[in-house]
Design a protein around this ligand. Structure first.
Ligand code: FES
Length: 138
């Protein structure tokens, strides 16, 4: 391989690597296909890693799902992926809603859109509490 062939090969490889990483980082998530499906997991509320769920307003993330103990003490689980452009939502106990800090979308605790720019609801999941075991499932 001569110098010109080497530089051409390395240059093409470098461009491909840069483009691949840019496209992967720039592509927004498709909310219709990236919401978790076939969900079924159990959280141990006695485990310190889940201690946020022992207080109204606390929430945790697991596998692209946000599990929150809302202001009335019940547990809600919704996709943590904003349906606008895929940023991560958080639970706002003061307003009792889910909020996306990226562009300001807000969602009710049933996943419905309160205000955009998001126009689609969050996927919701069922929860069931048995003593200190909180099951989250589709
Ligand atoms: S990504 Fe959530 S409002 Fe834009």
């Amino acid at each position: 391989m001569d110098r010109k062939e080497f530089l051409t090969t390395v240059g093409i490889g470098a461009v491909a690597a840069i483009c691949t990483s840019c496209f992967a980082g720039c592509n927004p998530l498709d909310p219709m296909t990236n919401s978790p499906t076939n969900v079924d997991f159990t959280l141990n509320l006695a485990d310190p890693t889940n201690s946020a769920l022992n207080t109204n307003g606390g929430f945790i993330y697991k596998d692209n799902i946000i599990v929150a103990r809302i202001s009335n003490g019940s547990y809600i689980a919704v996709s943590s992926i904003c349906t606008h452009q895929g940023n991560t939502i958080a639970y706002d106990v003061t307003a009792n809603r889910f909020h996306c800090p990226a562009h300001g979308s807000n969602f009710a605790t049933d996943g419905s859109v309160i205000n955009g720019p998001a126009s689609s609801s969050l996927t919701t999941y069922k929860t069931s509490l048995n003593a200190t075991s909180l099951r989250v499932f589709s």
